[in-house]
Design a protein around this ligand. Sequence first.
Ligand code: GTP
Ligand code: MG
Length: 175
Amino acid sequence: EYLFKVLVIGDLGTGKTSFIKRYVHHSFSDHYRATIGVDFALKVIEWDDERVVRLQLWDVAGQERFGNMTRVYYKEAVGCILVYDVNKMSSFEGCNRWKEDLDEKVSLPNGDRIPCVLVGNKKDKDSESEPFVTGNLEEFCKSKGYAGWFETSAKDNINVDETIKFLISCVSDVK
Ligand code: GTP
Ligand code: MG
């Protein structure tokens, strides 16, 4: 049995809480209520015949980027999901700051960076503006040190399970 602490971080309103709610409770709401501080969710996954993963999801409020509690929240995390809104350029740019903050404050016992997956959420929405991310972010992720990249919709349940599955496989690899 494994216990994995996974962080979900990113700018205000990008859909972190919705992503977790979709994954854990299979539901979605259009209503926005900003997270204050941090919330928790637990999901028990039968990973394979031998292993059960207890996934502890730490839903860190977007407004915490400007606070000084992140060091406390990040402690002993083994993986991270960094969420931006595919319709909001500023939230994509914000990822740089979040990623720096993360890598500065937490690492694996061997000193390596914790695996972090970049997630472009709200893929269901028809944007009025041109998409600012086009094509494949593979190279970008490599250069910035992300383990991988997914475009998701918490609303329409696109790529949510896939993202978590991928992250757990990254975490299991290094554990
Ligand atoms: P903070 O807690 O303030 O950091 O925000 P958050 O990242 O937790 O965002 P939250 O999940 O509360 O979602 C913000 C708003 O975006 C809500 O109104 C959600 O309904 C909406 N939203 C979240 N995910 C999606 C999505 O995949 N598609 C669409 N269309 N809307 C979404
Ligand atoms: Mg939230």
